[in-house]
Design a protein. Sequence first.
Length: 245
Amino acid sequence: MPAHSMGFAIESEDQFMEYLDLVVRTGEQTDTSFGRKFSLVFSNGEEIIALMDEDHEVFHVNFHHRKGMVSPVGIYEVDTNEEGELTGLTFGSMRPEEETNPESGVYPFVFQTGDMEVLEAFQQSETRNVELSAFAHQVRCFATEEEFDQKQDPEVPLSAESLVPLGIFNDEVNDVLAPTILLNGVITDAQLLKNELSQAEYWQLTVQTVGGAYVVFAALDRVTEGEPVVGGIASVEAWLTGRFV
């Protein structure tokens, strides 16, 4: 989903391998304790990260966007798989109120990161600046707050500026964590960007909500209702990625 949301045309495994090859051949390389990290940043800020182990095998690929919004995040847990290996899922608290308590933020949430070298050095709870980018699965746009309110479920109405950290809730069926959020807020900026490789256009929206602003990236076909306009309300289901800065 993040790839599609910023214009990368990946419709097959062969296309994915072409992008991966491009990142490994031309991306910036960083030596880490687990091997090497490759990062390729494109002209509008789109980023692909590939992590390669000491056996020269790629074990993690992450998509991000460098035009995300930087916020202080209290980091209090990192996720590992059954083998004890890092997954990149990171548990945070938005804008902690207490310097010594990273869990004292406005709300908890989960984001995905390719910065495994940061997570490997993680020893205890701490507050870090994180560049957060939201990749839309769906965007619904409303011209006014009144129109937004009219479309709300009367049994579970949400505020025009609200955020539900969907990813922190396991369910009994799937028992899976995911870096997903439901974001409602005021659109303060709306721009069409073009991916330099695919030439596909996509939206970059700045959405002001509780706890701050998020930058949302959305493929044109992800806008399923209305049109993004400054001053309007956006309701966004998104996948959240982060880069430590």
